[in-house]
Design a protein around this ligand. Sequence first.
Ligand code: GLU
Length: 482
Amino acid sequence: MRERARFAPSPTGPLHIGGVRTALFNYLIAKKSGGKFILRIEDTDSKRTVDGAEKHIIDSLEWLGLQVDEGPIRQSKRSKLYKKQVDKLLKQGNAYYAFDSQEDLDSAREAGGIDFKYNVKTRMRLNNSFTVSEEERKKRVEEGRYVVRLAIPENKKISAFDEIRGELTFDSNELEDKVILKSDGMPTYHLANVVDDNDMKITSVVRGEEWLSSLPVHYLLYEFFGWKPPKFYHLPLILKTSGAGKLSKRDADEQGHPIFAVKWEDSNGFKEHGFIPEGLNNYLALLGWSNKEEKERYTMEELVESFSYEEINKSGARFDFKKALWINHLHLKDLESKRILDLSGQTKKLLVEKYSETEAIEIIELVKERLNTTKDIDKELSVFIKQPKEIDVSAIEKINREVIFSVLNFCKFNSEFVGSPFELKNELMKFGAENNISFGNIMKTLRLSLVGSLSGPDLFKIIDFIGPEETLQRIENLINKI
Ligand code: GLU
């Protein structure tokens, strides 16, 4: 069956990775079946709508390449449709008008204590269609001073099905007579959500676990309308790295990792932290999915192919930024060199000025293995463009000053070898053996002079690219520094 799956965020704030994962799982289920991925903006609560949030959602999906087949469809534009369905429920006796003022509700709540529920037991003491006169009801409805509440039946066992958890049973006495239409004529989440899922012929609803408690209300609505419910998948929570509780923006800030796909106000997203969409999509797909294959790196096509809902965990998924970086690295190292060059920012210009295009590509091949984020690209390439700005002073102590001095001087006074990395290597080996200096220390010294630190791509390849003059210059610089 071709699935129709929707991502239905409320634009009440920026889209964090929990939401992104929900979007991704919806996308995967749709694409796996050759179906459609729909974006619906649930913006019926104008008081909670945040400026720029919808744009942030759309920008995030766009950057990630989760292409929307239908939408964005905004609920705020569809109030007529909801009103019609509310009228149907009213007519059937599955919903009723309520006229309580805020004060009425507050005092009922106060009298009822923390267990107070607006339900079959309390509704007869409150201000609604059941308790006011016919005349009063008509008047209030005409004046538009009402809300509509769902009439939750008493003592009803509601059976619902979640594809991840199986059969679930809820007790209707635990539920409240939820407001389904507000005084401003706008529906609330539950009603609009169910009406739209039916209207848009949604076959699979993938959403966060926090919506599990809404499932019985949704099932009741489907029953009242006489519609068939879609398949539901409630995804496990994304937990803090420590595993204790739900991951929040605050935890992310404390741990120094992003929580948004793309920048929101002054918080950088994964994009700005140097992730590529392939890396983030892949990492998020693994959050909550216990894939049976012994494999970590998935392209989007492979995800679509391999992803299976039977393998989604019920329990929370711990967020692990190190793992996210690792997965990003797996994608970066296999990325086409041309694309890496494009991601390299300013360095691209400098590299192409100094080297031919073929050489530039060869250089990128040398550094690919070393990239965790796109930010590493400039850092790794800079070795081939300019002298190191800083020298890792602690490394000088580790190797030993005297050793460094003699190795560098050897190169300086035997500069004829520097033009040929192969010869230079042989000569340095001989020099090491004669002077009792390990080849490891010789390499570290050279690396320190050329790169400024003890790590970097293949040393003799660097020498080959930057040429003898530049190599000797960097050697001379270090001699002057120690
Ligand atoms: N608007 C809800 C949200 O913001 C959607 C929940 C659902 O997918 O049903 O998460």
